[in-house]
Design a protein around this ligand. Sequence first.
Ligand SMILES: *Cc1c(COP(=O)(O)O)cnc(C)c1O
Length: 383
Amino acid sequence: MASPIIRVADPAAGFRARRVQILDAVARSFDSGCYILGDTVERFEKAFAGYIGVAHGIGCANGTDALEIALRTLGVGPGMAVFTVSHTAVCTVAAIERAGGVPVLVDIDPRTFTMSPASLDESITWVKASRQDIVPSVVLPVHLYGQACDMGSIMDIAGRHGLAVVEDCAQAHGGRYEGKLLGTFGDMAAFSCYPTKNLGALGDAGIIVTSDSRLAERARSLRQYGWNASRISDFPGVNSRLDPVQAAILEVQLAELDNDNRKRRDVAKLYESLLPRDCLVVPQVAAWAEHVFHLYVVLCDERDSLAAYLAERNIGTGVHYSLPAHMQPAYAGRVALAPGGLPATEAIVGKNLSLPMHPHLSEEDVRCVCDAILAWCGERRSS
Ligand SMILES: *Cc1c(COP(=O)(O)O)cnc(C)c1O
C-alpha cells in the first residue's frame, strides 16, 4: 500500500480543520451586502494591527502590492535605490521595480540566510560614492523563512545613512527580534497572506502596517486610485484592495496564528532532534530570533537526489528558491549588486531544500520524513 502523501505545505488541511468557522465567516461577509472594503476589511485591519502592536493596517490585494504601495508611500520612484537581498521570493525585487525604484541586491549571512548588515553597509556606501545616477532611499530587509534579520544592525545602518526601512514580513507573521514583533521596526512593513503563509487566506491577500498616521493615510489612498475623502485623486494610485471575503477568512486564521506558529516550532524541534548532520545542514536560529518557521530549509550537497528519493516515498519537498533574483533571466546582467558580489547567496544555489513544514503535520509525519532521510543518508555512507 502506498504511504500517505506528506505535503511540503498544506493550506487545504488548514481549511478542513476550520471549515465551519471559515464558511460561517464567508457567509456573514456575503450577507453583509458589502463586497468591496467596508466593515469586514476594517475589522481585520484593526485586529491585525492590534496583534502586531502598531496603529494602522491597510489591506491590499496581495503581498507584492503591499510592498509596492509601502515603497511608493515613502516616495520611492525613478532614480531611487532600494536595498534588499537577492535570496528572496522574486516578488520582493519585482515590487521595487513596480514602484519605479532601482533594486540594489546585497548578500546574505551564510548561517541565517538573511540580509548581511556588512554587505548592506558596503552597498549603501558604494552607491553614494560611485552611482551618481541613483539616490539611496529605502532598506528592505526580508525576514526569510520566518526568521528575523539582524534588525539591531540594520536599523543602525539605515539610521546612519538616513534611509527609511520597509520590512518584508511575508514569511514572518508573529516572528520576533529580541522579543519584539516583526513589522514594528521599520517605517512600514508589508505582509503577504498567500494561502501557504503563516497567516494564510484562501486566495490572494496582503496587508501593510505602520504606526505613522500620515504614511497610513497615504498608503490607504494609494491602494484606491489615489483618492482623497471626496473621491478625488490627489496623486496617481492603483487598485489593490483586500477582498472582504479573504478578510473574513483571515480574521478566523488570525485567532489561530500563535497556535499555528507554536505547532510549526514543535515540528522544527522534532526535525532538529532527528535529522542526521553528516549529510545535511539544519537551519541555524540566531540568538535574537523567535523563528516562526514559515519554511524549514536544509542544505544538502546532493539535494536533487534526496528530493527524488523523498518524492518516491510520497514526501513532498520544495526549493525556496532555485535561483536568487540576480541569476534569473528577468534581472540577470542588469540589476545592481553589492560591490563585493553575492558569494554567500551563490554558495547555496543547488543545495537548499524545503522539508514539509506546516501546522497540520503530525509527529508521525515528521518521523516518517526523518526516517526516509536517515535511510537515504545510510545508503550514501555505505556506497
Ligand atoms: C510571498 C512573498 C511575497 C509576496 O507575496 P504575494 O502575496 O504572493 O504577492 C513577498 N515577499 C516574500 C519574501 C514572500 O515570501
